[in-house]
Write a protein that binds this ligand. Structure first.
Ligand SMILES: *Cc1c(COP(=O)(O)O)cnc(C)c1O
Length: 532
């Protein structure tokens, strides 16, 4: 806790000192600034043609509060999995402002779309259209609104990751679509309302985006005419970039929106009822987020200065700069000495046991001391959700959203017990009791609870999953005295304890928690000098 006293040079977000957030919630964490989310959304909203609706791509940032806040401001949601759909709904986004896309939707996901009554399912293959029709029939739903995603024939310009004009698993090739009349006719419950195309991500040239938008709208109009489908909705993708590296510049928003509006205006005049959708992930969220880690060690190796921090590429894979020959750094700052000048170049790494865990190579920084906070800026998009958070079992970090000068916890960090709860020690592996071999540790409690969960599964003859301590054995699980004895025998085996059947107190069996207390009391206690 080195940062309880705030220095003058420390970063504040809406007046909240970053060290105070770190001391309260621990590190590492992501922090989002609601002011920046709002300004970014409003600036774009104010400039963009009113016929264009702005949707958040949850892929870029699936945090429920980030989604909910953008929703309050007016954004819809583009989701690509069952949990993203549930997130958007729980965040308060109206079903009419949700679309679901992705090349591999399961039957269950399609059913959830039908059930929720979202604006449209974006079908990415003709096979999916047929399946959606079946799902609608099963659910006795008259018609399900859908868009068809085109894999366009034309080449795109300017993307870091271009989509059009190539073999792709996404969308339906234009040529296949033109021959799809029979498939569409055989799926009467799928009401095709329009078309979708997405040209790629990280566009930083406004001319390229305008060019692509013009192409998409023209292609959509042409295909709709030839296939006889209405143009109630056209989604022209997203992919607006933000500058990360020294050689990059942010989009010129004025030029971009003037260009898009110039293309949209005549399209809307020709199709007055059309709803246009622009789905954006990175642009809406990246600049609002900072990944905050704490320096653990500062060391030298072969003339290079290293900062080893408590979080790295396990939470921020994008910062590793995969795909470029020369590693280009995200903007990284000392948050503890935010206003001090850079005096030295440090290579900033995380705690993983791999040389690739480098979030910044030779980053110019003020002097860094152990305990200092470092921030990777512009990190609100493709952060935790696009990172290998389980690598080395560190788990995912906390997330905070600062609004009106208050930091709100919007995702708890993974705790050791959360990470262990899903692991199952197969019952053919016999384990000596941890305590018996003198290795008692803070993990024992969650081990015990997990073992109770497994034993309950055996006794009840079905998987019970992770159990909560307040789960009641008699009331909730309807165990009787025989099954309690079976449970104890299973626990004796699993935990290497022995129960005295003459001395049982029924009170110990009220809940998982009381049982854990009882079982733990049977374990040999470990004197501190024996431990470790
Ligand atoms: C990833 C994705 C987006 C969001 O891309 P950004 O570059 O973050 O705006 C939008 N639409 C589709 C189809 C995507 O796959």
């Amino acid at each position: 806790m080195t940062n309880l006293e705030t220095s003058d040079s420390e970063l504040r977000i809406q007046g909240v000192p970053i060290g105070a957030i770190a001391d309260r919630y621990g590190t590492p964490f992501y922090v989002y600034d609601a002011d920046i989310l709002r300004e970014t959304y409003r600036d774009l909203r104010d400039r963009l043609h009113p016929a264009v609706d702005i949707f958040l791509s949850l892929k870029a940032n699936p945090n429920i509060s980030v989604c909910g806040y953008l929703g309050v401001l007016g954004a819809g949601a583009e989701v690509s999995s069952l949990v993203e759909l549930m997130t958007a709904l729980q965040a308060g986004i109206a079903p009419r402002d949700i679309i679901f896309l992705g090349p591999g939707k399961s039957r269950a996901e399609l059913a959830a779309c039908v059930e929720a009554g979202i604006h449209a399912v974006v079908c990415e293959s003709l096979e999916e259209v047929t399946l959606l029709d079946e799902v609608a029939a099963e659910r006795k739903v008259g018609q399900v609104p859908a868009l068809l995603r085109i894999n366009p024939d034309f080449h795109t310009k300017g993307s870091g990751l271009a989509m059009g004009g190539k073999p792709r698993q996404f969308g339906i090739d234009q040529s296949l679509l033109l021959a799809a009349g029979a498939t569409l006719a055989a799926a009467p419950r799928v009401a095709v309302k329009g078309l979708h195309a997405y040209m790629g991500t990280r566009f930083l040239g406004h001319d390229d985006i305008v060019h692509n938008t013009r192409q998409i709208l023209a292609t959509a109009a042409e295909l709709a005419r030839r296939l006889g489908i209405p143009l109630d909705t056209v989604d022209f993708g997203g992919g607006f970039g933000v500058a990360y590296f020294d050689n990059e510049k942010d989009l010129d928003l004025a030029a971009l929106t003037t260009g898009i509006n110039g293309v949209v205006e005549p399209f809307v005049a020709a199709h007055p009822e059309v709803r246009l959708i622009n789905e954006l992930g990175r642009y809406l969220t990246a600049r609002a987020g900072t990944y905050v880690t704490r320096a653990l060690y500062v060391k030298r190796s072969a003339g290079e200065e290293f900062v080893v921090a408590d979080g790295g590429t396990n939470h921020h894979m994008a910062a590793v700069g995969i795909g470029s020959f020369v590693k280009r750094n995200f903007p990284i700052r000392s948050l503890t000495r935010y206003r001090d000048d850079a005096v030295r170049a440090y290579t900033v790494t995380g705690p993983l046991c791999t040389p690739n865990d480098v979030i910044g190579k030779r980053v110019p920084l003020p002097v860094v001391e152990p305990g200092d906070l470092l921030g990777v800026e512009r990190s609100g998009a493709y952060g935790p959700s696009a990172s290998p958070g389980l690598f080395l079992s560190h788990g995912y970090p906390a997330e905070l959203l600062v609004h009106d000068g208050v930091a709100h916890l919007v995702r708890e960090r993974d705790r050791p017990q959360d990470l262990l709860a899903k692991q199952r020690l197969a019952d053919f592996i016999s384990t000596p009791s941890h305590s018996a071999d003198g290795r008692g540790s803070a993990m024992d409690r969650s081990d015990t609870v997990a073992a109770i969960g497994t034993a309950l599964g055996e006794v009840l003859d079905h998987e019970v999953g992770p159990v909560a301590e307040d789960l009641r054995l008699f009331e909730d699980l309807h165990l009787d005295s025989t099954s309690v004895l079976e449970l104890l025998m299973a626990l004796e085996d699993a935990l290497g304890v022995s129960v005295d059947p003459e001395n049982l107190d029924m009170d110990d069996f009220r809940s998982v928690g009381t049982l854990a207390d009882y079982v733990d009391s049977l374990r040999p206690t470990v004197a501190p000098s024996d431990a470790g």
